[in-house]
Design a protein around this ligand. Sequence first.
Ligand code: NAP
Length: 251
Amino acid sequence: MADSRVAIVTGAARGIGAATAKRLAEDGFAVAVIDLDEKQCADTVSAIESGGGTALAVGCDVSDAGQVESAVDRIAAKLGGPTVLVNNAGVIRDNMLFKMSEDDWDTVMNVHLRGSFLMSRAVQKHMVEAKWGRIVNLSSTSALGNRGQANYSTAKAGLQGLTKTLAIELGKFGVTANAIAPGFIATDMTKATAERVGMDFEDFAKAAASQIPVARAGQPEDVANTVSFFVDERSGFVSGQVIYVAGGPKV
Ligand code: NAP
């Protein structure tokens, strides 16, 4: 285990990222809370601080190489070298293929794939130096294919390939890389999908739950708990894996 216990969670102003940042703080990490707008990170940071933890709000667009480099440098200077990275920042630009614009495609690729690549590249030096690290990438059940999500499902499948390659390249430095592929999780992202298909969110979540074996929608904490497992010191022999956190075996 590294001396410094510093974690970075991207897209942590809300949803799964916020729950993960809080959980890693409970697990004893100082947490850098990255999101597009630093001010939007205030709620997550104050929740961590009021629980006695340490957190730093960092505004950064993960798809911008310069912003990523300076964000990681700032985090290392303020909190210590980061040895845990959760690539969670994400966007959706859903549309059927014939209506999908190039911008819809590029935006999704840039945030999920380029963002996870840039963040991993910037943080790996601290992990290699510490001879310990944990990378967790947020994939999705959409990686298996989902109507209206050609861009998103491609990006989420790509993240599984990135995860396995990072596991192979970084393993000898004590670094594991794993992915979590959530099913339906109640957040602003699924609220936006409900809105797009013209459904009330409660009805939308109920309809989703009726297809899920454990008969409920997932919560951000369900994903945060799985992140906590991967990050645990005792999970060092688990690498290059994808766990579907979807309330059942099928999606
Ligand atoms: P969310 O509520 O929409 O939160 C995503 C966060 O990422 C937002 O705070 C957003 O900031 C931030 N973000 C977007 N682009 C960014 C960028 N370029 N740089 C930095 N931050 C950026 O989403 P969520 O539901 O918690 O999802 C979190 C992750 O889990 C995503 O990768 C998503 O694809 C994945 N996932 C979610 C579900 C689900 O059912 N919810 C299922 C499977 C996988 P702004 O608010 O400023 O845009």
